[in-house]
Design a protein around this ligand. Structure first.
Ligand code: NAI
Ligand SMILES: C[N+](C)(C)CC(=O)CC(=O)[O-]
Length: 342
């Protein structure tokens, strides 16, 4: 199907003036986004078709709140600013920004994004949390595909700063620029991509590692516990503050990346990087589930979430990257005044 031609994106207001955000889909990621936006002082309206969605969402936000308090809440931030509504159109009718976090099913996303486009106010950007679908494949049924784009978060969105922003073929570049600025104002660390790549940047990298991990488990070559330790006790410590490229530049000593490539570059031709994704069959699924249960060593998911949240906060603190939480709302207020006066 050919996408309708987009009109030029005309934002209804500057990114700094946004006050009301809609979260559509309120599971792990939609709930995490809701917690993040609440902590930043926004009004959040959520919609999710599951019968017990509101209870689960409020439980997720409550569980996240102590971590968010440690980071520093924005002025006026409150869990009382969360509203859960029974109708999708009511969630987005007054939204100034929409974050879609529905299940990762292409057809569902295509029709949901068209529905959101029909119900959201003109000039409001609609972002999908998809972890891999290109927006080009999802925006075809919308009347105004120019305002649809990907805003790919990392779990949990209330603690991991990164959002990858990328439009599709019919997305207006103005909407991409608007969304990148909005996420920054909302306290995120943004990578704006100028083209669609399968898996964006971070998931492309993560999937390469994940594919190799699954092969090692499938072949009985390494346990889940050893695979996890190989990262947390090894490269993961470096990656929290220095990416894989600069880290490897240091592997070249005084000679930096040039010596590193001359010395170790030929090993890139070794067969270890040539595997296709393994078949995710029942034995591999079972081995992964059992391996993770063993690695969890009796800790519940809720305990692991709390442990992860504290770990991320400690790393952010240790590397001097605690967000400017306490100033968030005030900053947005100041910027709003600026935006309104122009
Ligand atoms: N789980 C993760 O680590 C990450 C997931 N994502 C992306 O976020 C999105 C959501 O994933 P999760 O939160 O993990 O899934 P989830 O299964 O935890 O939550 C999905 C929610 O969507 C609701 N839902 C079902 N049908 C819906 C519809 N038609 N409209 C709106 N909501 C609907 C479900 O009731 C559920 O609460 C996916 O696109 C996924 O790829 C992105 C980054 C990380
Ligand atoms: C597992 N996942 C592919 C959905 C993960 C992501 O998309 C990002 C993350 O949180 O690592």
């Amino acid at each position: 199907m050919t996408a309708p031609s987009p009109g030029p994106f005309a934002a209804a207001f500057p990114p700094e003036a946004v006050r009301r955000v809609a979260c559509v889909g309120a599971g792990v990621i939609g709930g995490g986004w809701a917690a993040h936006f609440l902590a930043r002082g926004y009004d959040v309206t959520a919609w999710d078709p599951a019968p017990d969605a509101e209870r689960k969402l409020r439980r997720l936000v409550d569980a996240a709140w102590p971590a968010l308090e440690q980071l520093g809440l924005a002025e006026g931030a409150s869990r009382g600013r969360l509203t859960v509504v029974p109708e999708l159109r009511d969630a987005v009718a007054d939204a100034e920004f929409v974050q879609e976090s529905a299940p990762e099913k292409l057809e569902l996303k295509r029709s949901l994004l068209a529905e959101l486009d029909a119900a959201a106010p003109p000039g409001a950007v609609i972002a999908s949390s998809t972890s891999g679908y290109p927006m080009t494949d999802m925006q075809g049924e919308a009347t105004d595909p120019g305002r649809l784009l990907v805003g790919h978060p990392f779990n949990p969105p209330y603690l991991i700063p990164l959002v990858e922003v990328v439009g599709g073929e019919s997305t207006d570049p103005g909407a991409v620029a608007w969304a990148s600025r909005f996420y920054e104002v909302a306290g995120k660390s943004v990578i704006t991509m100028d083209r669609e790549l399968p898996g964006f940047i971070a998931n492309r990298l993560q999937e390469a590692l994940w594919r190799e991990a699954l092969h090692m488990v499938a072949n009985g070559e390494a346990s889940v516990r050893d695979i996890d330790a190989s990262i947390t006790e090894g490269p993961g410590l470096r990656w929290a503050f220095m990416g894989p490229c600069l880290t490897f530049a240091l592997a070249g000593g005084e000679g930096g990346m040039a010596h590193m490539l001359d010395h170790f570059g030929p090993s890139l031709k070794s067969p270890w990087t040539r595997l296709e994704a393994p078949e995710l069959d029942a034995p591999l699924r079972d081995a992964m589930v059992e391996g993770c249960e063993e690695a969890a060593a009796g800790r519940s998911i809720a305990q692991l979430v709390a442990e992860r949240d504290q770990g991320v906060i400690d790393v952010l603190r240790a590397t001097g990257r605690l967000p400017q939480g306490s100033g968030g709302h005030k900053d947005r207020g100041d910027a709003t005044a600026e935006g309104e006066s122009t």
